[in-house]
Design a protein around this ligand. Sequence first.
Ligand code: F6P
Length: 357
Amino acid sequence: MKRIGMLTSGGDCQALNAAMRGVVKTLVHSKEDVEIYGFLDGYRGLIYGKFRMLTGADFSGILTKGGTILGTSRTPFKTIQDPDENGLNKVEAMKQTYHKLQLDCLVILGGNGTHKTANLLRQEGLNVVTLPKTIDNDLWGTDMTFGFQSAVNIATEAIDCIHTTAASHGRVFIVEVMGHKVGWLTLNAGMASGADIILLPEIPYDIDKVIDKIEERDRNGSRFTIIAVAEGAISKKDAKLSKKELKEKLKDRKYPSVSYEIAAKIQEKTGREVRVTVPGHMQRGGSPCPYDRVFASRLGSKAGELILKGDYGYMVGYRNREIVKVPLDEVAGKLKMVDPDSSIVKEAKLLGISFGD
Ligand code: F6P
């Protein structure tokens, strides 16, 4: 008999259900007796003992369903060791829930913050297996996270739609793509949709270089320009500030986001008409794309295999085209960022895409 606790934590994404289904199908198929405790709304469910007993039937028909059947929430790692508003020690509470239910392991699906807490629980002696979810694709230790390809599809379609209207009107258009810290999604959606300028957190931009590219296109007879901007894109000037200074500066920013600031600067310096589109949380919603359905199922199946073997303390990841187990210690607390010197960036530049650097 295996008693499994399962939870999804952090921002949701496509294929969370597909991944959980993969785990459960593998366990059920093995004929091992399993009890599944589905913790509600992420770590909160584990802290406050809120769960639903689930069976194989609960995971049937959810391969294509977006969101998470368990619900999710953000439980920031930086305050996980602080008592809650009633003085409850959250880490001890999670351990108590685990031991009270006599769980064999926790299956935790999440991104960066989630992995830090998962690793803490491992260090506290709990058996943990994790799965890498996020549209940002920024988890260390895996070449790919599930949700990413689905979000690339949505962001790409958004930019494709903008392309036609931008061309008709001869406008400069900015599409803001999700990703506060990393630019994988913007880079891939930008390249897939033929964006002319791509601005990423990892490659600080110079607004004059951005304008140079727009004017070069004008001179070459292209009446419009598409700029894909990551939420966390940053100017060269701001990149020189300390974290604290930048936080202070952003508090006083009169624009809702970096894209509007860039739009205002382009408008002011060139007199061109600039429009901003923000697809926002659409990028995390809807059905997983076929790639993510297969990928999440493979990850889930490997997690199921690890559970059956009692092989704990790993994230199931993807490296060099193989599904592999990666020690949680290696993953937690590190971000996988776009390397400005990577071949994909070089190739994009050869295509004529400007990064504003
Ligand atoms: O981590 C995924 C993500 O969608 C980021 O790309 C985005 O910056 C952030 O979450 C948005 O967070 P929230 O849903 O809490 O507004």
